[in-house]
Write a protein that binds this ligand. Structure first.
Ligand code: ATP
Ligand code: MG
Length: 308
């Protein structure tokens, strides 16, 4: 079945705040302290955090649950997480995307939807996962070039654990059939654990009317939910409403919505990019709006800064 695709493949508990833990002063390779968080670096000579005696005892003799599954109740914060690969955003998401969930990255033109999607894919590849990127809008060669320019070793993964599928949105039958039927088969056969469609709005636009868009999108997202993969779809925004997806469906169907947008400075002298986690089913997440920058080889979310 994979061969069938050869033509497509172009080339913490919030109620009990824990004590502040002091880790040793900065050394080479030690990440900087996250001020305002739970962990802070000790000043040179300052004592490191030590659990009180009774806490130590508790650690030595934990209560024994009958099974791990009982402890990891769905809906709790300890659901397995998949890192998006953008540090500040993973923090805003409470550690990353929930494993095997469906996420929509919504943003207007040039806000970085494709860049965020590429980061998500390469984070997986670095972890040894198999990943699929289905692109509907960028020419495959341009996309490959853009991936290489961001410093990723594309050739080490391409057609091995990374499958780049370029669909031509003007070929309605091929594109719609591929997305509806063949992509789920490919996911199963390659055992891909991360899948991206960039952007899903072009697929939605192929469908003739609102009723069929609603039905097909619902069916497609439900089908993706059945797969053992974490799925990200990007979407353009509505032309009038910069915080809504183009057809107003994605945000209702997916488990998690990440919104990318431009924010003008109050003196109108410039524009900043800002990211927000609008929704995350069964999970706690940040509701703050944080500035980010797309740099030549990285995306940096300034989780300590504020856009207003
Ligand atoms: N290598 C790079 N160096 C610096 N900035 C970059 C680089 N690549 C992309 N950008 C910035 O990211 C922006 C576009 O990123 P991207 O293509 O990911 O956005 P997008 O939301 O997918 O856009 P579109 O809606 O057109 O598909 C560019 O306008 C540019 O500002
Ligand atoms: Mg794009």
């Amino acid at each position: 079945m994979v061969d069938d695709f050869s033509a497509l493949i172009d080339d913490d508990d919030d109620t009990n705040q824990p004590p502040v833990r002091k880790i040793p002063p900065t050394q080479a390779g030690t990440p900087p302290a996250r001020t305002g968080g739970i962990i802070q670096q000790a000043e040179p000579g300052e004592a490191e955090w030590e659990p009180p005696q009774d806490e130590k005892k508790e650690i030595q003799e934990p209560p024994k649950p009958e099974s791990v599954a009982e402890v990891r109740t769905p809906g709790k914060r300890d659901e397995p997480r998949i890192k998006l690969g953008i540090e500040g955003l993973d923090e805003m998401l409470g550690g990353g995307l929930v494993k095997n969930s469906v996420t929509g990255i919504i943003g207007t033109y040039g806000t970085g939807k494709t860049t965020f999607a590429i980061n998500f894919i390469f984070e997986g590849l670095k972890q040894g996962e198999t990943c699929i990127l289905i692109s509907l809008d960028e020419r495959a060669e341009m996309l490959k070039e853009s991936i290489r320019r961001r410093g990723y070793d594309l050739d080490a993964y391409l057609d091995k654990t990374f499958f780049l599928i370029k669909l031509d949105p003007t070929d309605f039958t091929l594109a719609v059939n591929s997305i509806k039927n063949e992509i789920p088969d490919l996911i199963r056969e390659t055992k891909a654990s991360r899948v991206v469609i960039d952007p899903i709005s072009l697929f939605e636009g192929l469908l003739p009317d609102e009723a069929s868009r609603r039905l097909e999108m619902f069916r497609f997202v439900e089908r993706m939910r059945d797969e053992e993969c974490t799925f990200v779809m990007t979407s353009e925004t509505d032309t009038q409403i910069p915080y809504a997806s183009k057809y107003g469906l994605v945000e209702y169907l997916v488990d998690c919505v990440v919104l990318l947008r431009y924010v003008r400075t109050s003196d109108l002298s410039g524009t900043h990019l800002a990211v927000e986690v609008v929704k995350m089913r069964r999970s706690q997440h940040s509701r703050e709006i944080k500035p980010y920058e797309i740099q030549p080889d990285d995306v940096v979310v300034y989780s300590e800064a504020s856009v207003f």
